[in-house]
Design a protein around this ligand. Structure first.
Ligand code: AMP
Length: 451
């Protein structure tokens, strides 16, 4: 675990160190959490001290409880002076409806029996009036997708002045184009004093920089190798040309050594998901369902339920299912289409092998994915993945490696020059100006000019 920041509280090793009240403690036990997961060990003490946090940990590592528990613990302290039970105290934003529903389910389990605890689920695809009504019912925790929350607050005025905690789950998606302006619009309505918690399994450097501009004196927490797939997964990459993908999938799914139902098959288009589902049902006799953004919310919920209840053997999904969802019985993910970024790939593989359990991922690639060859190799090689020779010997991979090497040399040279100029041991025409800028003479000279 890597932790950065000022004045960081020590990690806890047991839930008793959090001083939760009796009901919350028994709820934690009832859901089967005996000891905190690594991310919870560090996030809980920092969040309970009202610190802003940006946390990166593998998919399925217990991030949801890491932000829900401190929120619920602080809500248990109701009755303080100035506490208004009618106003919401925390907002959690997540990118998909299904993820919001899952977060709300988990929140309800952890809130059970605690007085005055209500949640509002504010997501698209469901009628708006009941959601507005719910927001007016004196709820404490709002769990929302940004788009629907904005639709509602554009039409009705809600008082968010009592918000103490604001959570961005899957922060890298939430700060991407499209979502970022919505997130900022929502943030602008919240008190400056709020605590902000951000989570994801992948936080690219650019997102981290952007995120930090929204945080005050944050604690940065990373568990495991940042932006890597969950351990416990066996990765196999197969070289399959586009025209042979269906045949290859059918043969995998008809072989009991490879097929471990229920399986999630990721594809890159909604039409593709429907067509492949039909083909699996008719040609392979596999009970398959499709889930994507063009399905109605009832269809989406039913498809998900059929996987959770093991009533189907395969769910064919677009990236919609890629993030955060805890598909407890799923141990196998097949990337029929490789997603367009390595981050999405990492999240999608995370639907199998949750919380350290064992699972497998099978990925079809060919030259249409050439831009990701180096990312695939650097991400999966350390995990002893089975990689095809067509990938390892690909001219695209060799080209990308050379480019990366050159970039590294240039960076090292620049850093070396800077280092040398700082030490002052070698003066060259390149570092002369830098040396002059840094010199005491110049600083003194500047001072005297000011005087
Ligand atoms: P998440 O990463 O939040 O999706 O969590 C993955 C799974 O781990 C969910 O099924 C959680 O209920 C479960 N979980 C979270 N925290 C713990 C814990 N401390 N002990 C056991 N299971 C946990």
């Amino acid at each position: 675990m890597r932790v950065h920041g000022v004045d960081i509280p020590k990690p806890i090793t047991e839930f008793t160190h959090c001083n939760f009240n009796a009901t919350l403690t028994s709820n934690v036990q009832a859901v089967g959490y005996n000891i905190p997961t690594p991310i919870q060990m560090q996030v809980l003490p920092a969040a309970l001290r009202h610190r802003d946090i940006i946390a990166c940990a593998q998919t399925g590592s217990g991030k949801t409880a890491a932000f829900l528990l401190p929120i619920i613990a602080s809500l248990c302290g109701g009755g303080r002076v100035g506490y208004n039970p009618c106003l919401p105290k925390a907002i959690v934003l997540a990118p998909t409806r299904e993820l919001c529903m899952q977060i709300e389910d988990q929140a309800k389990q952890l809130m059970k029996g605690i007085p005055m605890m209500k949640t509002a689920l504010i997501v698209g695809g469901l009628p708006m009036p009941p959601q507005i009504h719910r927001l007016q019912q004196g709820i404490q925790l709002v769990i929302a997708t940004p788009g629907r929350l904005i639709d509602i607050i554009d039409k009705y005025v809600f008082d968010f002045s009592a918000i103490k905690c604001f959570v961005l789950d899957e922060v890298d998606t939430m700060l991407q184009m499209g979502f970022e302006s919505q997130v900022r619009q929502i943030t602008s309505l919240l008190p400056q004093t709020k605590q902000t918690l951000m989570f994801s399994a992948t936080i690219p450097e650019a997102t981290e920089k952007l995120a930090e501009t929204m945080l005050k004196n944050p604690v940065l927490i990373a568990v495991g190798k940042p932006s890597s797939p969950s351990s416990g997964l066996k990765h196999t990459v197969l070289w399959v040309e586009e025209k042979s993908k269906k045949k290859q999938l059918f043969s995998l799914l008809s072989d009991p050594t490879y097929f471990k139902p229920p399986v999630v098959v990721f594809v890159d288009s909604k039409v593709g998901a429907d067509l492949l589902t039909d083909a699996l049902c008719t040609k392979c006799g596999i009970a398959a369902v499709a889930i994507h953004g063009d399905k109605s919310q009832e269809e989406r919920s039913e498809a998900l339920k059929s996987v959770q209840e093991c009533r189907c053997d395969a769910i064919v999904a677009t990236g919609l299912l890629g993030r955060g969802l805890d598909l407890v019985h799923v141990t196998q993910v097949i990337h029929f289409d490789m997603p367009s970024t390595i981050e999405e790939f990492i999240h999608q593989t995370g639907r199998a092998g949750r919380l350290g359990s064992h699972g497998s991922s099978i990925t079809f690639i060919n030259n249409t994915n050439k831009n990701l060859f180096l990312d695939i190799v650097t991400t999966l090689c350390p995990l002893s993945a089975v990689l095809p020779s067509q990938l390892l010997n690909s001219p695209h991979l060799i080209q990308q490696k050379t480019k990366q090497k050159r970039k590294r040399i240039v960076t090292e040279d620049t850093q070396g020059d800077r280092h040398k100029s700082q030490k002052g041991d070698v003066v060259t025409s390149d570092n002369l100006m830098q040396l002059l800028r840094d010199s005491k003479w110049r600083r003194r000279h500047r001072k005297s000019r000011i005087l």
